[in-house]
Structures are given as C-alpha cells and as structure tokens.
Design a protein around this ligand. Sequence first.
Ligand code: ADP
Length: 442
Amino acid sequence: MALKEFWQFVALGLVAALFGMVIGHVKTVLLIFVLGWLGWYFINLFKLERWLEQGKKYSPPVSYGLWGHIFTEIYHMQQRKRRRNKKLVKLLSRFRESTAALPEGVIVLREQGEIEWWNDKADELLGLKYPQDVDRRLTNLLRNPEVMEYFRSRDTEKPVRFPSPVDEQKILSLKIVPYGNKQKLVVVRDVTLSKRVEEMQRDFVANISHELRTPLTVINGYLENLLEDDGAIDVEHLRHTFKVMQQQAIRMRQLTDDLTTLSNVDNEKIGPRREVVNVPQMLSSLQEEAKILSGDSNHTFVIEVDESLFLRGDPKELDSVFTNLIVNAINYTPAGGAIRVRWYHDDSGAHFEVNDTGIGIAPYHVERLTERFYRVDVARSRHTGGSGLGLAIVTRALQRHQASLRIDSEIGRGSAFICDFPEEIVVQKSDIMPPTPTSLSG
Ligand code: ADP
C-alpha cells in the first residue's frame, strides 16, 4: 500500500508539473502540490492521534488510501488484542476457580524463597494475607525450625510435617516441587487425620501385644514351674495350675473373638446384613444367659420389651450390641444391684436401654469410653474378662445401622446406655406377620 501511495505521489507530481508548465508556474504549482500532500498527511496524523487518545472503544476515523488502510489495520489489531485479552481473563478466572477447588494449598516461590502467589487453601492452612505477604519469605512467615531445615536441605523428596500456624491442633505436611526457571512450588496438605490414624494403628498393635503378654506370661510361668518341679506332683496343685492356665487361655480367646468381631464391624466393604431381626426373641434368650452370668451376684433383672418391635439389620451385630451392654451392666454392678432392660418405640424411633445401679462412670471418662481398649479401671475390667473392646464394637455396629449410643452415668449411682435406632430400620411385627385370626363367634 505504501508503494502504491508512492507511485500515486510521483504520478500526481508529474501531472502537477505538466500543469505548471502549461500555465508557466512549474515551481509554484509543485510547491502547492507538495504542501497540499503534506497537509493531508498532517490532517490524518491529527485524526490518528485523537483516535488513539480517545481509546479503543471508538471506531476508526474515516479516511482514504494509505491512511484509510493504516486506520483499518490498527483497528483490526486492537480487536484481535481485545479478543485475546478476553480469552486470557477467562482462562485466568478458570485457573483461579480450579486452584481454589484444590484440596491442597499451593504456593509459588521465587528463586530466593519469596512468595509470588498462593491459592485459597494455602490461605486457610497457613493464614497468608494478601497483599502484605507477597514477596515475603515463606520460612520467615512460618518460623518453624523443621521447615527451615527442610528448605535448607537438598533432599526435599520426603515432605516435612509441622503444626499449622493458624490452628495448633492441625498437622500440616509441606513439600517443595521445583519447576520452571529455578522457581519452586510448595504443596501444603492437612494430614491431621492420617497422622491420627497412624497413631491409632500404632496404639492398637501396642495394646494387643500388651493384652496378650500378661496371660502368656502367666501360662509360661506355670509351665516353667511344672517343668522344674522334679518331685512328686500334687494332684490338687496341678488342678489349680491348669485352672489358672485355662482362665488365661479363655481371656486370650475373648480378646481374639472381640478382635474378630471388631474387624467385621469395621469392614467398610462388607456392609451389615439387612434382614428382619426378631429383637424380642433375641432379648428373651439373652435374659436367660444374663441370669446365668450374674450367678451368685444375684442381680435383680427387670425386662420391658415391646413384643411387636423388630428391626431390619444384621442379627449377629445387633446381638453383639445387646450382649455387650447387658454383660457390662452385670460386670459393673455390685451383687444385689438392679439391672433394667427396655426395648421400646417412640416418635424418634426404637430404643434399647440398659440401666444399672452399678459403680457408675465419672464424666471425663464417659467421652472416651468408646475408644478401643479404653477402660476406667483396667484391673477390674481384666478381672471380669473384659478386653476393653466391647463399647468400641457397640458404637461401630450401631453406626452401621445408622443408630447411635447415648451414655448417661453418675459415679456411685449407676449408668444408662441407650441405643437409638432410626425409624427407617424399625419393622412392626404386624407388617411382616398376618394377625392371628380371632375366634369367630356366632
Ligand atoms: P470392657 O471389656 O473393659 O468392659 P468396654 O468397652 O465394654 O470394655 O467398656 C469400657 C469401659 O467402660 C469398661 O472398662 C468400664 O470401665 C466402663 N463401663 C462400661 N460399662 C459400664 C457400666 N455399665 N458401668 C460402669 N462402667 C462401665
């Protein structure tokens, strides 16, 4: 276009020169021609300047030839840039949205460790403040010796753990991922839960070995005595020895049985069976067993059962719940005490309640009672053959039936353990069995 403009200028210049020759004023005509051309250029330059100053929203000034072409080209360039900017803004907001949805905190650091950018989760976990914390060093903000050491060390493969500066109870894990041109990406995660699970697993194994060690030590002690004893063996003494060993073996059996039950109710993959369970019948046979277990303690039993109230659930798990609560009431109620078992229905669903007039539990123990191996009085629990897993099994089995456990206890007065079953799993006897025909009279 510029070349065309040049040839136009040359051609029109020649025409002007010819015209000047005809009228005898070549120089004057050429001067007027050049000035006119220059004037046209200035007019367009002014237009261009004004248009650019006014901003890109206005459409380009009207012009012709090279200038018209320049205006249109600039206009198209602006349009292209606008479209690109729009796309970028969209992309940026999508990026912000996706980083905000990330479950991990992400922080971008410059070469020297200054913070360049972070997402919302990093804000929540580390309490970073915008814009104050931009360009500050992350290690200076966190002020944690382990994190400092981790940043100094060359091996950043294994993340470092430290308490959250926002909430001391939360444990965070931080890992550096190098990327780009000497930049670093820091990924922060909340690992409180997994740390707790790790601790629980460790405690669990320690507890089991501790529980097994005592009976095994006792059995081993007796066996050593028997082996060392080279004199005549007194039959009475032998019987006593075997009895003690048998007690210890029963204790270990109880523990392994409880562990198996716990692992069954803990299994997320295999849900509880869903069949109609005749709870009144189950409680009736439990009552018989309870009386035998109570033995010489002579507890008074009061059983109030709604005979029409059944449940939809796993018979084994429900039996485990009821048995554990009744056996506990027997074990922790001194001789002559009363135990009341109720199975009833109200507006909120079905309830299984065991009340006793036993030793009771102090409030600070109540909240920890359902933890595995938690016992108020370890010696007493061991004496009654308890493994400390009973209430853990109860709560887990109840959870699997969308039910929950309430504990109401007062030291020295007794306890109430109440299982609340939701209406969804309650089955009325009349719903599954046709009413027995009444005798026809007349
Ligand atoms: P254990 O096998 O020791 O009975 P549980 O998990 O069944 O284990 O119970 C945990 C602890 O709760 C018991 O060791 C005991 O201290 C307390 N406990 C449970 N039931 C009662 C109750 N009815 N009265 C008093 N204390 C109870």
